[in-house]
Design a binder for this molecule. Sequence first.
Ligand SMILES: Nc1ncnc2c1ncn2[C@@H]1O[C@H](COP(=O)(O)OP(=O)(O)OP(=O)(O)O)[C@@H](O)[C@H]1O
Ligand SMILES: [Mg+2]
Length: 284
Amino acid sequence: MKHLIEFKKVYFTYEPEVADPPHALKGIDLQVEKGEFLAIVGPNGSGKSTLARHFNGLLLPSAGEVLIHHFSTSKSTAEQMTEIRKRVGMVFQNPDNQLISSIVEEDVAFGPENLGVPPKEIRRRVNRALAALNIFRYRRESICHLSEGQKQLVAIAGVLAMKPDCIVLDEPTALLDPFSRKQVLENLQKLNREEGIAVVFITHFMSEAVHFDRVVVMDRGEIIGDGPPTKIYSQSELIRGAGLDMPVPARLAAGLTEKGFPLNPGILRVEELVNSLCQLRSKI
Ligand SMILES: Nc1ncnc2c1ncn2[C@@H]1O[C@H](COP(=O)(O)OP(=O)(O)OP(=O)(O)O)[C@@H](O)[C@H]1O
Ligand SMILES: [Mg+2]
């Protein structure tokens, strides 16, 4: 079976000239399928951003290879690299670093314009991307008048207008307030469910990762866990070993269970904790 994206034994060092250099990635094997909704978590310096930059050839493996639609990023011609960048869009932590124009709709049009898409089709794509992210009403606004969260949605719309198969987001919510964070996450979920776009979402927030179908855990340049959130978070040794926190609802549930309140097993989200507490209350 062909994977949308495949990492095969990928190693990466920032210091190739050094003898026996430190590696930021150490033998990464990872497959991403069409339409997946995937979170990557890991402590500081574990290699998440280095990994993210391999998804569309911004960085090339020191050893091993990354295949995007069976093009190897390290062996691609300039034309194939353009195709790769069309198919895999990147969004970074700080929207200010990737917004180019001063007006929302002009910024969203920038990517497809660069690809040589005809003007009528650009207009259609821009409107569609803005509508999909619920920011159509801001289309004529100056970007500097928007909140950080809205700016991040504009950055995502810019990627969406390129019609990618996959969007990779490197801590896109790290600088946002909780409301904007929720808004970005909900919009990504919608794009994934309704447009079938694969989402690879890198985060420090364990509470965000629980909303994904699959969670990959990185530690010191390696993947140490990969599976649905319920499986990953049931491995508390693995989570603690990587210096990560359990999501707050899970910690509360564990604490309450220890104190003799029999809550449902496997609680990760606030809604699950509330439901379980309500069930318990109705039994008392
Ligand atoms: N430009 C660079 N030059 C040299 N070393 C780097 C560079 N960028 C990252 N590194 C090193 O590579 C390793 C992985 O860093 P990376 O930024 O990929 O981790 P991260 O998981 O994204 O961390 P964070 O959570 O802080 O964003 C770290 O040891 C880091 O010091
Ligand atoms: Mg990083």
